[in-house]
Design a protein around this ligand. Sequence first.
Ligand code: HEC
Length: 105
Amino acid sequence: MANILEPSEANIQAGKILFNSKAQPIPCAVCHGFKGDSIGVIFQWIKPYARNFTCYQTMEDISDGQMFWIIRNGSHGTRMRAYEKLDDTQIWQLVHYIRSFQESK
Ligand code: HEC
């Protein structure tokens, strides 16, 4: 499954807003950190740890389709919950935003 959206500035910005504040019920940044490095506010209490999205080696192994699936369905047995209220466009915007963390390194 490939990202259907262009990695345009507008899509990345939309993903950023979802990531930092709009995603319900808990914005992603609470766990994944505002810089995507998973140094989030409640980082210390999460096991297994949320991944470091800024790490190229970690992210190389995760396809866009896998990210989409996890955001939609959650990761069973972890704090990563299903985000059922997000539509496909919003999820793909988040995937672009998450990918943009590596490029800024
Ligand atoms: C309550 C904490 C929490 C919140 C909020 C959260 N996540 Fe996660 N997320 C996690 C944890 C912990 C993992 C690691 C799960 C695992 O090891 O399988 C994870 C895994 C992921 C992964 C998969 C990467 C991988 O490890 O394969 C993606 C993509 C992701 N999260 C994106 C998001 C997005 C986008 C949001 C907001 C819409 C979000 N997360 C909100 C805790 C959180």
